[in-house]
Design a protein around this ligand. Structure first.
Ligand code: MRU
Length: 355
């Protein structure tokens, strides 16, 4: 098998002709790279979770918007812009919950409009879009590292940490959000005791987080989702870190289904519960969690996937939301690249959406 650590989660290839991504649906058994240039293929890769995790989806969308622009042959700015807008709308329809998708597409559209207003021609606009997509990608690394520094400052060596789903480097470009303190702590000899919820039904915790942390030289422990309360009760967990797909203005935070149960258990057992997210995950236009669209996914993810034969009765009803909303009052702090912020202080710190 190729060495996982040699491959970025997501990148543009050297001549900027396609996006190269690790196919996350095949991990941990197979490490395969996808090289995609067609918009419909990139859309499908996001939809099918070949690339997933809010920041990685945003970075992919930035590259996809550039590739869509690049593929256009017209030199007429009006025709170019019309098609560009349609391509942006198409990409925006791939998944509904992670706001980073809409944030990245909005940023690409704004870059295009600014360039067009400044009188740039189509060829020049394509170069500006390439620079913008690359900036979204490289900023993600800096931002995740900064989230990690803030999170690490709250921890002591040897502590037990619990995480859910995958908010690791596979969900970003490097470091991850919820895992950033784990990576930095590992580099600095903190020797954390890391636990990963397996994360039903798609098992991002067991397949992806445990895999990537082990590949980095850590020794994570996997547990079923229904075991986390009993683990917290033992006193071995000193902090819970999860990522996030969208934080509403009041601090309500949508993340992988099961996150809110963890937060409830953490509150019961006095364990600090931290949401780690870049400021691009803050949706200050949505007042609270009720306004966040929650993706519903196929019943087969619950009844058939991972089993050698179907394990639930044929025709049975299935409830399969991909995300839940953790109420702001269960969250100790939201850790962005700017620091650890109490949910109630979010509006003062970020009066409007960050672009
Ligand atoms: O459905 P997924 O795998 O895209 O869900 C991902 C999560 O819920 C992550 O925790 C979230 O996107 C934050 S990633 C830094």
């Amino acid at each position: 098998m190729k060495d996982f650590n040699e491959y970025p989660t997501i990148a543009l290839d050297d001549d900027a002709s396609c996006v190269v991504m690790i196919d996350q649906t095949l991990l941990p058994g197979r490490l395969e790279l996808l090289r995609l240039s067609e918009l419909s293929d990139i859309w499908e890769a996001i939809k099918l979770l070949r690339v997933r995790g809010a920041p990685a989806i945003g970075v992919t969308a930035g590259f996809a918007a550039y590739l869509a622009a690049k593929s256009q042959t017209t030199e007429d700015i009006f025709a170019f812009e019309k098609q560009f807008d349609a391509d942006i709308d198409f990409l925006a329809s791939s998944r509904p919950t992670a706001v980073n998708l809409f944030w990245a597409l909005g940023r690409m559209k704004a870059a295009e409009r600014d360039a067009s207003k400044a009188g740039k021609n189509v060829a020049e606009i394509k170069q500006i879009l390439l620079a913008e997509a690359n900036a979204i990608c490289s900023e993600d690394i800096r931002i995740c590292k900064s989230i990690g520094e803030h999170a690490l400052s709250l921890l002591r060596p040897g502590q037990g940490l619990l995480t859910h789903c995958n908010a690791g480097r596979l969900a970003t470009v490097e470091y991850g959000t919820a895992t950033a303190a784990m990576y930095l702590g590992h580099e600095r000899g903190y020797d954390f005791d890391v636990y990963c919820d397996e994360t039903r039904p798609l098992l991002q915790g067991a397949r992806l987080t445990a895999f990537e942390l082990a590949a980095a030289g850590m020794h994570p422990t996997v547990l079923c989702d229904n075991m986390s309360a009993s683990l917290m009760k033992t006193g071995r967990i000193h902090a819970v870190f999860t990522g996030c797909d969208r934080v509403a203005a009041n601090g309500d935070s949508a993340n992988k289904i099961g996150t809110s149960l963890l937060a409830l258990a953490a509150k019961r057992y006095g364990v600090p519960f931290y949401i780690c997210a870049p400021s691009s995950t803050l949706d200050m236009q949505t007042p609270n969690g009720e306004g966040i669209v929650i993706e519903q996914r196929a019943p087969e993810e619950v009844t058939e996937m991972w089993y050698s034969e179907r394990m639930a009765p044929e025709g049975i009803g299935v409830y399969n939301p991909a995300f839940d909303v953790t109420d702001a009052d269960l969250i100790t702090a939201i850790i962005t690249e700017d620091g650890a912020i109490a949910p109630g202080d979010l509006k003062a710190r970020y009066p409007v959406n960050v672009l």
